[in-house]
Write a protein that binds this ligand. Structure first.
Ligand SMILES: Cc1ncc(COP(=O)(O)O)c(C=O)c1O
Length: 373
């Protein structure tokens, strides 16, 4: 479409830097300094000691006490998740994964030859996990429970009662919790406490990175913190072994971790304010379109509206027609595993408000025509 001269508006990738948000200068300076100082060598495979210590201090100060020897620096949240799943799940093992899902889990489990068992997040209840459905999916092969909170693709944040119920559920069934907390700093009303702070002795591994809260997704720099439960000791050893095999994650970028976690975080307050404003605009404009409804997000930069599609029509039909007609590109809900007839799509609302305003006008005009109104 671009080659044909049409403007495409990218509302499909969760990359704040691509939408004009800037990496904090003190983090860029730290990486620049590391490059100039010649830190272009391999590093220790679990990560630089000062970076691991900074992560351990960060979790500990937020109520989830971990020691630096249980922290690994990874190529983003993504690599941590892959290392943990590889260490934990055998072929034919099962992992409980939220639906709609973040597609990395499906891909890694497929690579291992393991199975994702998908528990419903319920749009009628603000995209909260359906605990009854979750319980019905446990089998003797279940190894782990993935919790993405705050959530992509829904923008939901789980209240303490739900978090506690998930912890109790995992404990009852002897499951390891993989807590994907990459949006933990992006609750609109402030950072979210790590899940591990509710029960520091639970079998929890927490994952995060510089990608979202520190506006440096291209650096591929993140971390995993393996809780102090002795049940995780073997897993820690296995993850370290796997990490040895891939040598190390990008060394110069690891020099930004300590300044990120211990230094100036003022960018986060303004980022959260910008997200809250865009979320409000997104929800009010979408809900004003006849045939579209949308749960209001409370964190991160995603909304998951639903279009009341005519019978026989799929979410992909709607999204592709929207793209071809208006140039607006978002992701259909079936890309996150939802039934195609339900009509969900995910919108990334990182673009400037005046641009979003134009996008929603295009969507309103298109949807009126599409639904025959
Ligand atoms: C829920 C979730 N987990 C993990 C990732 C990957 O993040 P990273 O860049 O830290 O690998 C993303 C990125 O969008 C995400 O939304």
């Amino acid at each position: 479409m671009e080659a044909a001269g049409k403007t495409v508006r990218y509302l499909n990738v969760g990359d704040p830097v691509a939408c004009g948000f800037r990496t904090p200068p003190h983090l860029v300076a730290a990486v620049e300094r590391a490059l100039r100082d010649g830190h272009n060598h391999y590093g220790p495979s679990p990560g630089l000691p000062q970076a691991r210590e900074a992560v351990a201090r960060e979790f500990t100060s937020r109520g989830f006490p971990v020691t630096a020897d249980r922290v690994l620096i990874t190529a983003g949240t993504s690599e941590g998740i892959e290392l943990a799943l590889n260490a934990l799940v055998d072929p034919d093992g099962e992992v409980l994964v939220p639906m709609p899902t973040y597609p990395l889990y499906t891909a890694v489990l497929a690579k291992i030859g393991a199975r994702g068992r998908y528990y419903r997040l319920d749009p009628a209840r603000g995209w909260m996990p359906d605990l009854e459905h979750l319980s019905s999916l446990v089998t003797p092969a279940t190894r782990a429970l993935v919790i993405i909170d705050p959530n992509n693709p829904t923008g939901a944040m789980y209240p303490p009662a739900i978090r506690r119920a998930l912890l109790e559920f995992a404990d009852r069934h002897g499951l390891v919790i993989l807590a994907d907390e990459v949006y933990g700093d992006l609750g609109y009303d402030g950072p979210v406490a790590p899940l591990g702070s509710l029960d520091p002795d639970a079998a929890i591994i927490s994952f995060s990175s510089l990608s979202k809260g520190y506006l440096a997704p291209g650096w591929r720099t993140g971390w995993m913190a393996i809780g102090r439960s002795p049940r995780l000791d073997d897993l820690l050893r296995a993850v370290k072994k796997l990490a040895d095999g891939r040598l190390c994650s990008t060394v110069p970028m690891q020099y930004a971790i300590e300044p990120a976690l211990a230094g100036d975080r003022s960018h986060q307050a303004s980022f959260r304010t910008a997200l809250k404003e865009r979320a409000a605009l997104t929800v009010s404009r979408l809900c004003a379109i006849p045939g579209i409804s949308c749960v209001a997000p409370t964190a991160a930069f995603y909304a998951m509206p639903k279009v009341a599609l005519p019978p026989g029509c799929t979410d992909e039909d709607y999204v592709l027609a929207l793209l071809r007609t208006t140039g607006v590109l978002c992701v259909y809900g079936s890309g996150f595993g939802l039934p195609a007839a339900e009509g969900f799509l995910r919108i990334v609302f990182l673009s400037p408000p005046q641009e979003l305003d134009g996008v929603f006008t295009l969507m309103a005009d298109f949807t009126r025509e599409y639904l025959g109104g």
